[in-house]
Write a protein that binds this ligand. Structure first.
Ligand code: FAD
Ligand code: MG
Length: 346
C-alpha cells in the first residue's frame, strides 16, 4: 500500500506586491477574487483581478484537480502509476498532457547530460523527502535503485503516443516539472475566459498574467531562503512571466545533524551537494521555468549561470549558501536587492 501523505510542501518562495515604491506592500486591489486549495502536495492559489465570475476559479481548480489525479505518484491508480507499473512489461498509451511532460523532460535530460531526469522515481521513493516516512536509505538500497534511473531507457513514441520504461522497476516522477505545466494550463483556462490580470501561485510556482490594477508590471519579491517568512531578498517586475524557484530550504529533513534536501543526483542517488541555496528562473512558460529551476540547481552555480545565459528569454537569480546573489545577464537591470544580509556577487 502506498504511504499516506501527511507532511506538506510549502514552497511559497515568491511574494507578490503591487505598486512601484521601494517599500514592498501586499497587493490590495478593489475586489480581486481568489481561491486557495491544497493540491499537488502544496497550496495552490489563483487570484483574478479583472473579473468577478467565481465559475472561472471553478474551472481553474478543476484543471488542477484533474492533473493531481493524473500525475501523482502518491495516489493509487493514477496514469503515471500505470506507466510505472508497466515498466519492463509493456508500452502504455498516454494522453497529450503526459506525452508533452515526458517529451519536455527528455529534452531537459539531454540538455543537462542527465542531471535532470524524471525517471528519478526509484531514488525519490527511497528517500521520501517531504513525507513523514523520509529516511536515509542504506548504501545497498541506493546501489540497487540507481541502475533503474536513466532517461535513455524511457522510450517515447510520437506516432503511437506511447511510453515504455524499458527496465522493470523504473518509475517516472514529474515533481520537478508538473507544477510548471499545470500553471501554464491554468493560465490558458484564465485567458480562455477573458481574464487579463491574474496571479497563479502553485506553491511558489508563480505565473504573473498581464499587469496589475494600475496597469503596471507585477512586483514580485524573492523569498529569503533563511525562511524568515515575509522577508525578501529583493524584488523584480514581471508581466506575462513565470517565476519559479528550486531550493534546498523548504523540502528537506535532518538526521544526525545532516540536512538532506529533495533534489537528487541521478548519478549517485544522494542530494546534490553544491553551493546553491536557491535558484529562481524567470521565463515565458512555467513548464520551462520549473524544469530549468531543477536543471540549473543540478548543474551547480557556474555551469548553471552559463546554461541559463545560453537560453534566450530566460533569466535566473541564484542565491548561494554564503549569502551571495548571482544574476544572469538579462535580469541585471530588473532586480533590486533589498536585504543587507545578501551581496550581489557578479
Ligand atoms: P523542484 O526543484 O521543481 O523539483 C524537485 C522534485 O523533483 C523532487 O521533489 C523530486 O520529486 C523530483 N526530482 C528530484 N531530483 C530530480 C532530478 N535530478 N531530476 C528531475 N526530478 C528530480 N507532495 C506531497 O508532499 N504530498 C503530495 O500529496 C504531493 N502530491 C503531488 C502531486 C503531483 C501531481 C505533483 C506534481 C506533486 C506532488 N507533490 C506532493 C509535490 C512533489 O512531491 C514535490 O515536492 C514538488 O513537486 C517539488 O517541487 P519544487 O518546485 O519544490 O521542486
Ligand atoms: Mg522544478
Amino acid at each position: 500500500m502506498k504511504k499516506k501523505l501527511i507532511s506538506m510542501s510549502l514552497l511559497a518562495v515568491v511574494f507578490l506586491f503591487s505598486g512601484c515604491g521601494n517599500n514592498a506592500k501586499k497587493v490590495t486591489n478593489d475586489a480581486p477574487i481568489s481561491r486557495s486549495n491544497f493540491y499537488l502536495g502544496t497550496y495552490c492559489k489563483v487570484t483574478i483581478y479583472d473579473k468577478s465570475d467565481e465559475s472561472i476559479l471553478d474551472k481553474a481548480f478543476n484543471r488542477i484537480e484533474e492533473f493531481d489525479k493524473m500525475l501523482s505518484i502518491n495516489k493509487e491508480n493514477t496514469e503515471v502509476d500505470n506507466i510505472n507499473d508497466k515498466s519492463g512489461i509493456e508500452k502504455v498509451k498516454v494522453n497529450d498532457d503526459i506525452f508533452k511532460l515526458i517529451d519536455k523532460s527528455l529534452n531537459y535530460s539531454k540538455l543537462t547530460g542527465g542531471a535532470f531526469d524524471t525517471s528519478i522515481g526509484p531514488i525519490v521513493k527511497l528517500w521520501n523527502i517531504g513525507l513523514d516516512s523520509a529516511r536515509v536509505p542504506s548504501k545497498e538500497e541506493v546501489t540497487k535503485a540507481l541502475p533503474l534511473v536513466g532517461y535513455k531507457n524511457v522510450e517515447l513514441n510520437a506516432n503511437e503516443k506511447t511510453v515504455y520504461l524499458k527496465e522493470k522497476g523504473m518509475a517516472l516522477d514529474f515533481g520537478a516539472i508538473a507544477k510548471g505545466y499545470i500553471a501554464d494550463e491554468v493560465v490558458e483556462v484564465l485567458k480562455d475566459n477573458g481574464v487579463k490580470k491574474a496571479i497563479v501561485d502553485l506553491g511558489g510556482n508563480i505565473y504573473a498574467l498581464g499587469s496589475n490594477k494600475e496597469d503596471k508590471p507585477w512586483k514580485i519579491g524573492i523569498q529569503d531562503p533563511d525562511l524568515e517568512r515575509n522577508n525578501i531578498i529583493g524584488y523584480m517586475y514581471s508581466s506575462n512571466k513565470s517565476v519559479v524557484t528550486s531550493g534546498i530550504y523548504e523540502r528537506f529533513f535532518e538526521k544526525d545533524g545532516v540536512k538532506y534536501h529533495h533534489i537528487l543526483s541521478p548519478f549517485n542517488g544522494y542530494p546534490f551537494n553544491n553551493e546553491i541555496m536557491g535558484v529562481t528562473i524567470v521565463s515565458d512558460l512555467s513548464i520551462d521555468g520549473d524544469a530549468l529551476s531543477t536543471s540549473t540547481f543540478s548543474l551547480g552555480l557556474n555551469e548553471g549561470i552559463k546554461f541559463i545565459n545560453s537560453i534566450p528569454n530566460v533569466d535566473a537569480i541564484f542565491i548561494t549558501k554564503d549569502h551571495k546573489i548571482y544574476l544572469t545577464d538579462g535580469i541585471r537591470n530588473n532586480f533590486s536587492l533589498t536585504n543587507e544580509k545578501y551581496k550581489l556577487a557578479n
